[in-house]
Design a protein around this ligand. Structure first.
Ligand code: HEC
Ligand code: HEC
Ligand code: HEC
Ligand code: HEC
Ligand code: HEC
Length: 349
């Protein structure tokens, strides 16, 4: 929209709201505070305005702003893919049950409620319950991230059953589970995995500490871009990597890439190949793996009933891959899960 028209609409809305606030009837909605409060954030001469513009610019380059999955308006998907669905999910803790008519990107009014709170406090406060693995995630402002970036309950849910979807798994954003060391499958006779200390318990604000760590050139990485890497040639904003003695953003990328490549080679080339050889995974034309939902007792026989551990093995494989940090979110936990899954696969008949 044209900037002047937008300003006009805004001023019009402020006057309207200010008038409504002054003369609301007994059963009318509670009006927001008068224009003085509005002007804390909405004037062009106030410091706050200087603050919102750069944040808006950073946000505009983020995947939350540019991604296209906000078109997922059906239930329960909209709870994590749209502002409108998330507002309901944040208020009740339950994913939406009905389809949305309209949707927008995960924007300011998803994570914040400035017109209700009159501040940029998070819309959702308090710990976030994890749907898989039990317990909760409690790391300051990143409890918001964990609402969406967590494992979803798979079907079948670790009880012996047939596999009916090649996309079986805990969905695409298991990061809160991996970071807090919860929810990946423990094999029969195995012991609980170490939850990891450095990235799990020592970093108090979780996701926000690394992905939103500020950079002087904040529009490229950190802050509301939520991105770690930026530029061409690519670099990695290492402001959040305080414990590691890294020289600069170029050195930080090399450090991360080496760790990621080593982990993902073991995950895909060793574990993936073994699960494929066992018939638990199938290979796609591009070389990637998906779950072998076609596994049958014979070429024309019924589908095989998978054991809980077979289900767990492909679940762990998918979750470690979808985490997309190559184990960096929680190296101790991720390596323990990878090794246990590999041991299971290697001893599978
Ligand atoms: C705590 C800061 C804050 C206060 C106080 C505040 N706003 Fe806002 N307002 C925002 C933000 C942030 C946006 C979204 C800006 C964006 O999309 O880039 C916004 C957007 C708007 C919009 C555009 C709506 C839209 O959907 O894009 C209107 C209209 C508006 N505000 C009116 C008001 C009025 C009227 C008041 C006073 C009653 C007020 N605001 C007080 C932060 C604030
Ligand atoms: C309302 C749910 C929701 C919340 C809250 C949320 N995210 Fe996301 N996030 C998503 C979805 C969905 C995508 C993918 C969007 C797309 O591709 O359309 C995404 C994408 C991302 C990406 C980009 C991944 C890529 O492809 O490069 C990062 C990084 C990220 N989120 C981090 C965070 C952090 C950090 C927080 C907390 C400050 C957070 N998210 C809060 C749902 C959410
Ligand atoms: C609990 C939150 C949550 C729910 C519910 C959810 N998603 Fe997502 N989804 C995410 C997050 C977070 C990402 C982004 C992960 C990332 O980029 O690492 C994502 C990513 C995706 C992607 C992009 C995958 C890719 O590889 O680019 C698609 C497509 C998707 N979701 C579809 C759906 C559909 C369809 C549903 C409903 C059946 C759904 N999602 C329900 C959280 C959720
Ligand atoms: C995906 C969630 C998410 C979205 C979308 C989002 N924010 Fe934020 N915002 C956060 C988090 C988390 C923090 C707290 C960061 C911290 O504590 O370091 C924050 C902090 C802020 C702050 C306070 C900054 C500070 O240094 O204390 C402002 C102002 C703000 N956001 C404005 C916006 C505006 C404007 C938009 C839309 C253009 C927006 N946010 C969109 C998650 C989000
Ligand atoms: C210790 C720092 C750290 C913490 C804490 C952290 N991340 Fe990451 N994250 C990384 C690194 C490093 C990568 C790999 C970056 C790369 O290779 O581009 C990554 C990758 C990702 C990706 C893949 C897309 C991308 O940006 O590369 C997503 C999505 C993501 N993290 C989300 C989250 C969420 C959600 C949380 C909180 C539950 C979180 N992260 C916590 C460091 C962190």
């Amino acid at each position: 929209m044209n900037r002047w028209i937008k300003t006009g609409v805004l001023i019009g809305a402020m006057i309207l709201i200010a008038v409504l606030a002054g003369c609301k009837g007994d059963d009318g909605p509670a009006g927001p505070a008068g224009t003085a409060t509005c002007m804390n954030c909405h004037t062009d001469s106030y410091a706050m305005e200087d603050y919102l513009l750069p944040i808006g610019t950073q946000y505009a380059s983020s995947v939350h702003a540019t991604g296209e999955t906000y078109l997922r308006t059906t239930a329960p998907c909209s709870g994590c893919h749209t502002t409108e669905g998330y507002q309901a999910y944040a208020a009740t803790g339950t994913l939406p049950a009905t389809e949305l008519l309209q949707s927008s990107h995960i924007g300011c009014f998803a994570c914040h409620a400035p017109h209700t709170n009159e501040s940029f406090a998070m819309r959702k406060t308090g710990a976030t319950t994890l749907a898989v693995g039990g317990g909760s995630y409690d790391k300051g402002p990143s409890n918001t991230c964990a609402m969406c970036h967590q494992l979803r309950v798979p079907s079948p849910n670790f009880t012996p059953d047939s596999m009916t979807s090649s996309r079986f798994g805990g969905h695409h954003g298991p990061q809160a589970n991996v970071l807090s060391g919860r929810g990946l499958h423990v094999f029969t006779g195995g012991t609980a995995y170490p939850a990891g200390a450095r990235h799990n318990t020592a970093i108090t604000d979780g996701c926000v500490s690394c992905h939103m760590a500020s950079l002087p050139s904040g529009a490229l990485a950190g802050g509301h871009t939520f991105a770690l890497t930026y530029g061409n040639p690519e670099r990695l904003n290492f402001k959040g990597c305080a414990c590691h003695a890294l020289r600069d953003d170029a050195a930080a990328l090399t450090f991360v890439d080496e760790a990621k490549t080593k982990f993902e080679t073991g995950l895909v080339d060793t574990l993936g190949a073994r699960l494929f050889a066992l018939g638990l995974l199938k290979q796609n034309t591009d070389g990637s793996y998906s779950v072998n939902d076609k596994r049958r007792t014979s070429t024309s026989g019924p589908r095989v009933i998978w054991t809980a551990d077979e289900i767990g093995a492909v679940f762990n494989f998918g979750a470690l891959l979808e985490d997309r940090s190559g184990g960096i979110h929680n190296p101790v936990y991720a390596r323990a899960v990878l090794n246990a899954t590999l041991n299971y696969a290697n001893s599978h008949p």
